[in-house]
Write a protein that binds this ligand. Structure first.
Ligand SMILES: Cc1cc2nc3c(=O)[nH]c(=O)nc-3n(C[C@H](O)[C@H](O)[C@H](O)COP(=O)(O)OP(=O)(O)OC[C@H]3O[C@@H](n4cnc5c(N)ncnc54)[C@H](O)[C@@H]3O)c2cc1C
Length: 450
């Protein structure tokens, strides 16, 4: 060990890098983590946390409106965007401090600056050479806007979190979860919102019933959701942006947000120089233990081609720490990873979609329900909640749970435990529900729909 400055040098203090560094230090390793932008990475600064805070903010408009049906009167609500963003920024600054403290308390050295790999055991950081027995690449990903005339006027989610004022109108391009979530956020905050997606239906990879239910609910709310639609050029005229669509149409908006993809932040990181193999996308190629093609270099999180989710990056970081410094080689588990989309309304899912189950040649029974949430019996709001179970006919095992509706993520998280335990439909059926909740529908669905 004495030959190296550190046992582990992590590049990137985001979700994965922080967990791997802390746990490695806990197991007795001498650890440093290099960070060029912000402690906590994407999730804390321009991802999950500020996104969820804006999602909360966006719900109030509906809550104020619905309150009247429950007997409340209040003065006309008004959003102070500058205050919302300032409060959000204050919370993020607090979290940055929390991360600095937990790393410090764990005995991890924080090296502020841009790190570049020089060879299998050496990293350059602002003119310094630092050596380590192992290097962990945890550099995350970065949003990209495709190049086309006027693309420089488009913003990404990074900028959306810091807009100086709330746009009166926004066009969101992209059909992944980030685009869908921002459509809900802006619409809820009062911005005229158009979402464009070039494919037939958004949220590729989610169960079709989630995709169709959510699209219908978003349209009902007034989000102008357009499939088979894309932008070919953007022009700036004064303060407004004019987008020409590929079908010849045109839209004027204050902001155009591209949420069409993120790429691993591995450009000019020195990976190739050190002999690390990468995909054409820039993703580091790793084995099941997150080891790259170079024995001393590991990679985790968004910069590898796995699942771009915070808990997954954390699990991968945890596994690397155990593998390298706790004598417990560990492979992260990707089966039954639950996930939520904080759209309006929320969606969440765990396990196989109906399509995936059928493609895997399972004979499946489908249980599905759609109902008006109790809360809206008084408000009269035309909103439906959808729940679906995919069950293997032979074994009765529940292979997938899918939901669109309020608090979907909170509900599906619990069901993910049941799926991990291999729960059967009969076990769901004998579980007593909590009444009156939406969640109880998951244990009271009796009629097969397919
Ligand atoms: C808008 C948005 C919403 C999201 N919402 C959710 C959600 O609700 N739930 C969820 O699970 N996931 C969500 N995600 C995804 C989640 O944020 C990422 O999957 C997660 O942050 C990946 O963690 P990571 O450790 O791989 O990388 P990151 O958290 O991105 O951390 C990488 C760090 O490395 C640093 N870095 C990069 N290069 C260098 C270098 N050369 N030298 C020094 N430092 C460097 C970066 O500055 C960064 O801090 C969201 C993402 C976005 C963009």
């Amino acid at each position: 060990m004495a030959d190296y400055d550190y046992d582990l040098l992590t590049i990137g203090a985001g979700s994965g890098g922080v967990r791997a560094s802390r746990m490695s230090a806990f197991f007795g390793a001498k650890v440093a983590v290099a960070e060029e932008l912000y402690l906590g990475g994407t999730c804390v600064n321009v991802g999950c946390i500020p996104k969820k805070l804006l999602v909360y903010a966006s719900h109030y408009a509906e809550d104020f409106a619905d309150a009247a049906s429950y007997g409340w009167t209040a003065s006309e609500p008004r959003l102070d965007w500058a205050k919302l963003i300032a409060n959000k920024n204050r919370e993020i600054a607090r979290l940055n401090g929390v991360y600095r403290k937990i790393l410090g308390d764990a005995g991890v050295d924080i090296l502020d600056g841009h790190a570049e790999i020089l060879d299998a055991h050496t990293v350059a950081l602002d003119g310094r050479r630092i050596s380590a027995k192992y290097i962990l690449v945890a550099v995350g990903s970065w949003p990209v806007v495709p190049k086309f005339p006027g693309s420089e006027y488009a913003i990404t989610s990074n900028e959306a979190f810091y807009l100086p004022s709330l746009p009166k109108s926004v066009v969101i391009v992209g059909g992944g979860y980030i685009g869908v979530e921002f459509a809900g956020i802006f619409h809820g905050l009062g911005t005229r919102t158009i979402q464009l997606y070039r494919g037939e239906s958004f949220l590729r990879g989610f169960d079709d019933d989630i995709r169709t239910t959510l699209a219908a609910e978003m349209l009902k709310r007034g989000i102008d959701l357009r499939f088979n639609a894309d932008i070919s050029t953007i022009e700036k005229r004064g303060d407004a942006l004019f987008a020409t669509l590929t079908d010849g149409g045109a839209i004027e908006a204050d902001q155009i947000l591209y949420a069409t993809g993120r790429v691993p932040k591995t450009l000019n990181l020195g990976l190739e120089r050190a002999g690390v193999k990468i995909e054409t996308s820039g993703a580091v190629i790793v084995d099941e233990y997150s080891k790259s093609s170079v024995d001393s270099i590991y990679a985790i999180g968004d910069c590898t081609d796995r699942m771009m989710l915070t808990p997954v990056a954390i699990a991968e970081g945890m596994a690397v720490a155990n593998t390298l410094f706790n004598d417990k080689p560990m492979r992260p588990e990707y089966l039954n990873v639950p996930t939520a989309v904080f759209s309006a309304p929320n969606c969440a899912t765990v396990g196989l979609t109906e399509e995936q189950a059928r493609q895997a040649n399972f004979q499946v029974d489908i249980y599905k329900t759609s109902f008006k949430p109790l809360r809206h019996t008084l408000t009269g709001r035309d909103e439906r909640t959808m729940m679906k179970l995919v069950v293997e006919r032979m074994t009765d095992q529940v292979l997938g749970c899918h939901m669109v509706g309020p608090d979907a993520g909170e509900i599906i998280q619990g069901l993910a435990v049941a799926l991990n335990c291999g729960a059967t439909k009969a076990q769901f059926d004998t579980t007593v529900g909590i009444h009156p909740t939406a969640a109880e529908e998951f244990v009271t669905m009796r009629t097969r729909t397919a």
